[in-house]
Design a protein around this ligand. Structure first.
Ligand code: TUI
Length: 316
């Protein structure tokens, strides 16, 4: 399947892997890119040396394009950008903040920049700053989220910018891709579904939790800090919510949260760790190779589009 996003990034299918902290490693990224999608290294809060290692390891595993996600709340943003420039990474996505001040530097180096946003206002501002495309991410997503659903946000962003838009949040299969295209998006970004890729280094217990998850498995904590985060509900989210209810300060909450993501997703502590995941977790039924995930999503979307066209739903 070919869309404007495929031409922009030089990829075969308009399926992008979300830049997941600790899980967007060379193994997953190269598998997604080799499968015709776009793999994204998740720089997260990791020190810049980690990102450099992942970039080099991904290069050894694929000749296809891949990108790096800059998490703008990281203390290492400047250093991560230096690494990206030094290593000649062709594509950058951003999350968790406004990347406006960094865009011109990245663009001057010939890098394609695609910020992830959760509002129309920021999408418009970043298009003016030179963004090549925009990911419109709804509150169904895992991790740090905004306040608008994917269904409501995507068409509003599509109508507000001229650059291609990618839909994210609550998308896990070909029905989601077909829906996103119907909303005017040129592609999709998936995180949770790719956690259940064979090549993802997530702890086996986390993958198993995702396979067991139902529609209401996730909760959002962190509203009191102005920094809502969606995770699978567990002891850690219940403790976090209790602390928020008791009026804990932002510093206390930040201290409590430190290191919890690695503890959960890498070390497999299913109750003490943070298990960031989106609402689509309940849809995921098996672990399979990233390339198979992409192939199935695209085939399913193409079949849906053909069926709708044939029955006259689209071309009446
Ligand atoms: O960034 C994400 N999702 C994330 S980042 C993340 S990192 C992390 N968080 C806690 C502990 C450890 C690691 C986990 N999930 N999605 C993209 C996204 N960006 N969603 C919403 C936003 C956003 C929010 C505010 C973008 C811009 C923004 O701007 C505020 C401003 O300054 O205008």
């Amino acid at each position: 399947m070919r869309t404007a996003i495929c031409d922009l990034f030089g990829i075969e299918h308009p399926v992008i892997q979300g830049g997941m902290a600790w899980l967007g490693t060379a193994e997953l990224v190269s598998a997604v890119s080799n499968g015709g999608g776009l793999g994204i290294i998740g720089a997260g809060n990791a020190p810049p040396g980690w990102g450099r290692e992942q970039i080099r390891a991904a290069r050894e595993r694929t000749d296809k394009p891949f990108g790096v996600n800059i998490m703008l709340m990281s203390p290492f943003v400047e250093e991560v950008i230096e690494v990206i420039l030094e290593e000649g990474v062709p594509i950058v996505t951003t999350g968790g903040g406004n990347p406006g001040v960094y865009i011109s530097r990245l663009k001057q180096a010939g890098i394609k920049v695609m910020p992830v946003v959760s509002s129309v206002a920021l999408a418009k501002r970043l298009e003016r700053s030179g963004a090549d495309a925009i990911v419109a991410e709804g509150l169904e997503s895992g991790g740090h989220i905004g306040e608008t659903t994917t269904m409501a946000l995507v068409p509003q962003v599509v109508d507000s910018v001229a650059v291609p838009v990618v839909a994210a949040g609550g998308i896990g299969d070909g029905r989601g891709l077909a829906a996103a295209l119907s909303l005017g998006a040129q592609g999709v970004q998936l995180g949770t579904r790719f956690v259940c890729a064979e090549e993802c280094i997530a702890h086996a217990k986390f993958k198993e939790r995702l396979l067991q998850a139902r529609d209401r498995a996730t909760v959002v904590t962190g509203y009191s800090m102005g920094h809502p985060v969606r995770c699978l509900e567990n002891k850690m989210t219940r403790q976090f919510s209790a602390m928020e209810k008791a009026g804990a300060s932002v510093e206390e909450l930040e201290r409590f949260g430190e290191g919890k993501l690695q503890l959960g997703v890498l070390e497999g502590d299913m109750e003490g760790g943070s298990l960031m995941a989106g609402q689509i977790a309940g849809l995921i039924k098996e672990v399979k190779p990233a390339a198979a995930i992409i192939r199935e999503i695209v085939a399913e979307a193409e079949a849906i589009i053909a069926r709708l066209s044939y029955s006259g739903v689209i071309h009446g």
